[in-house]
Design a protein around this ligand. Structure first.
Ligand code: FAD
Length: 396
């Protein structure tokens, strides 16, 4: 279940194995490369570049498009929204996660989230469309102010990209572009809280250099259509609010076993729940060095490959083996030639070298030759023609 990073990693390893039939079920017919979603949301890349058709991804694997609504471990079946029932011998739950508002008042109704192509499309439409609304006098100039909530990698990346987008608007809206601004709001004491303090400091000063106002220790109390109210009493006025403050696993599957506060199913070292279902990626809670493994792509990929080995072990009547996570570090990009990279062993990179590392790794992990070439071409064009060339402007 799920054709994301984890599900496809499992399917890839099992494809073509003798006497094994693999079926992937997903509500979308494509794998979404979410690390680059913010570039779609800010007009840097077309959406096709970060979506890869699942049917073409792995020869010999069956694909069924559909929304899974029910899992029965007793009858070993899954039920889809159209009532189709699929029988399984081994189930791998790889359904990922969804945005969560933590119940903060007004967020659901007034903020945009960024978990899917549809949501990225909405952000782009709102960001670009607002200039026309203001130009036509339908909105006040304050509507060009953007507030991003949550300074994890997604919040940092999207606020940096919004700042660059706003600057590039001087050619289309020379009278308006200076009125636009972006504020990044973080409840904790620093941006990129999961990074080393030095990387956080560096990221914040880079963000400020490109024009992002950063507010730390600034928890959101509530919001409405035009205002974000902080717990301190400060009110931020704006026209676009992007909520990047948290993700949780889907609550649909909590009956399959014990879960944590983020709806993640608790699994053992074999990557199974107590009911024997394999769970991988963002939907799984497994401890590593005293903390749950983070909800990031490398975890899903490594778990996905390991589960494929477990299924082969089961088929060959061999013992299941313990999953061992290899920490490959973390990174976030801030803007053109600005990024922070942390490698295992304490090596930290900043600036152009970090940015080039970030670019290379993202191209490497992107699925499909066409997408890779297309992303490289777009990036080169964006780099050379930044601020003078046309952006991707289709927002209807
Ligand atoms: C904006 C954004 C930026 C990110 N940036 C990074 C980054 O830079 N680096 C990094 O390592 N990680 C990043 N991540 C996190 C990374 O994308 C996830 O950790 C990773 O996708 C998890 O893989 P997964 O296989 O668990 O789930 P996913 O890759 O999300 O796949 C889940 C799949 O399940 C399908 N699905 C869900 N429910 C159902 C259902 N009921 N029926 C049918 N299909 C269903 C979905 O359509 C989806 O295709 C980012 C995430 C986001 C949202």
């Amino acid at each position: 279940m799920g054709a994301g990073f984890g599900g496809l990693a499992t399917a890839r390893k099992l494809a073509g194995q003798k006497d094994i039939e693999v079926t992937i079920v997903d509500r979308h017919p494509y794998q979404l490369f979410s690390p680059l979603l913010y570039q779609v949301a800010t007009g840097g890349l077309p959406e096709d570049d970060i979506a890869y058709p699942v049917r073409a991804a792995i020869p010999g694997v069956l694909f069924r498009r559909g929304e899974v609504t029910k899992v029965s471990t007793d009858s070993k079946t899954i039920t889809l929204a159209d009532q189709a029932i699929i029988q399984y011998d081994q189930l791998v739950l790889a359904t990922g996660s969804t945005g969560t508002t933590f119940g903060v008042s007004g967020v659901q109704e007034n903020a945009l989230q960024m978990k899917s192509i549809l949501e990225a499309r909405k952000i782009k439409k709102q960001l670009l469309g607002m200039y026309e609304e203001v130009e036509a006098g339908h909105q006040p100039v304050e509507a060009l102010k953007v507030v991003v909530i949550g300074a994890g990698p997604t919040g940092v990346e999207v606020s940096g990209a919004v700042a660059e987008l706003q600057k590039s608007m001087k050619y289309e809206f020379p009278k308006l572009y200076k009125q636009a601004s972006v504020t990044l709001v973080e409840a904790g004491p620093r941006v990129l809280p999961m990074f080393h303090e030095k990387s956080s400091k560096h990221a914040q000063s880079e963000l400020e250099e490109i024009g992002v106002t950063v507010k730390t220790n600034a928890a959101v109390d509530q919001m409405d259509k035009t205002e974000v109210h902080l717990k301190s009493g400060e009110v931020l006025i704006g026209g676009t609010f992007i909520w990047a403050a948290g993700v949780a696993a889907y609550s649909t599957w909590t009956s399959l076993g014990e879960t944590d506060r983020s709806n993640r199913l608790m699994i053992n070292d074999n990557l199974q729940t107590t009911s024997g279902v394999f769970v991988i990626g963002d939907g799984a809670h497994l401890q590593f060095k005293g903390n749950p493994l983070p909800m990031i792509a490398p975890v899903a990929l490594q778990m996905g490959r390991h589960v494929a080995k477990q299924i082969l072990n089961l088929k060959n009547n061999k013992e299941l083996t313990k999953f061992k996570y290899t920490d490959k570090g973390q990174m976030a990009t801030i803007g053109r030639r600005r990024a922070v990279v942390e490698m295992p062993g304490g090596l930290r990179l900043h600036g152009t070298l970090a940015w080039l590392t970030w670019l290379a790794l993202h191209v490497f992990y992107l699925a499909g030759g066409r997408n890779r070439i297309s992303v490289i071409a777009d990036w080169m064009w964006n780099y050379i023609a930044w601020g003078v060339g046309p952006r991707r402007t289709v927002i209807d």
